[in-house]
Design a protein around this ligand. Structure first.
Ligand code: ZN
Length: 314
């Protein structure tokens, strides 16, 4: 594919899902671990099965050295893909030391990134609000952290919901951090509305169900929010029936802003150029639309200085 812009942008790439396979083998060998079988996402495996794959990669990223190395390698890989604007994300509380390890793991990751990407810290659906609050305070002192995220997915047994995370998200906004939320990943569009209204999301992860509710489309369009579309990942977790069924062209026709992202290059066995090819294979998507999504991605990148005003928060 001929890309006319000077560089690509990937705003949604999870560190613990985007390791190099060679590095996985080395880190597993050092730790005496065998690869789970099967390893990686497969078509329509469902979100829960997909999330279970991270249990293994998290065991490989249990030291600051491993995280620093992997963060650096992901930046190199993205550069090789032609990415000039990159955001990486991870949940430092999951790397074996709980909240006590957050600052050290974030610092190690920032060393690995070395200014080549913005870093987002992820809280997870169901976690205590204290976790999100800790991540926001960690971010407050580290300009390399440009945003926060709510990742994973809600489960019936969870004792905490979105409303419990509002204070942390509002505080993040006060600090100039960008806010994104995994919302509507095959789940009803009411979740997208809550991400916008309760968590003041500046961007939305996935939002595959948004067209089911025209009022939510209007809300997201009115606020000018950008949706991070991860097409292969959406197909694999079963949020869409097939890559060809992704609503990307209808979103753009509806006036929604959307950027194309990888989610997890290792687990989905993809790259950003590969995802752009997948998008181009959707009926109704042409080269001009792809260029538009790349422009949306560059424009929606989080910067600590550029996002201090959040007029929709009141
Ligand atoms: Zn994600």
């Amino acid at each position: 594919m001929c890309i006319m812009t000077t560089g690509l942008a990937d705003l949604h790439r999870h560190i613990d899902g985007s390791l190099r396979m060679q590095t996985v083998l080395e880190l597993a060998n050092e730790r005496g671990l065998d690869l789970p079988q099967p390893f990686g996402f497969s078509p329509n495996m469902g979100l829960e099965q997909a999330l279970a794959q991270f249990a293994f990669t998290l065991r490989l990223l249990d030291t600051e050295e491993a995280l620093e190395r992997v963060a650096g390698e992901i930046c190199e890989d993205a550069t090789a893909e032609g990415v000039t604007t990159l955001e990486l994300r991870f949940a430092p509380q999951l790397h074996g030391r709980g909240l006590a390890g957050v600052d050290d793991f974030v610092d190690a990751t920032l060393r690995g990134i070395d200014g080549r990407a913005g870093l987002l810290l992820c809280g997870l659906y169901g976690e205590s609000p204290e976790v999100l609050e800790t991540l926001v305070e960690c971010a407050a002192e580290r300009p390399g952290v440009v945003g926060i995220d709510l990742a994973g997915g809600p489960l019936p047994g969870h004792g905490h919901g979105m409303a419990d995370y509002r204070a942390a998200f509002v505080r993040a906004g006060e600090l100039g951090l960008g806010r994104t939320v995994h919302a509507g990943e095959g789940r009803p569009p009411a979740e997208i509305r809550a991400a916008v209204e309760t968590l003041c999301a500046d961007r939305l992860g996935h939002a595959t169900t948004i067209l089911r509710d025209p009022a939510v489309v209007e809300l997201v369009r009115e606020r000018g929010l950008t949706i991070e579309a991860c097409i292969t990942s959406n197909m694999q977790v079963g949020a869409i029936a097939s890559c060809a069924a992704h609503p990307l062209p209808r979103w753009i026709e509806s006036g929604l802003k959307v950027c194309i992202c990888t989610d997890n290059t290792l687990l989905s066995a993809t790259t950003l150029p590969a995802e752009l090819e997948v998008a181009l294979g959707i009926e109704g998507v042409d080269q001009e639309m792809i260029e538009q999504t790349i422009a949306f991605a560059h424009a929606a990148a989080f910067t600590r200085t550029g996002r201090s005003e959040h007029p929709h928060e009141v």
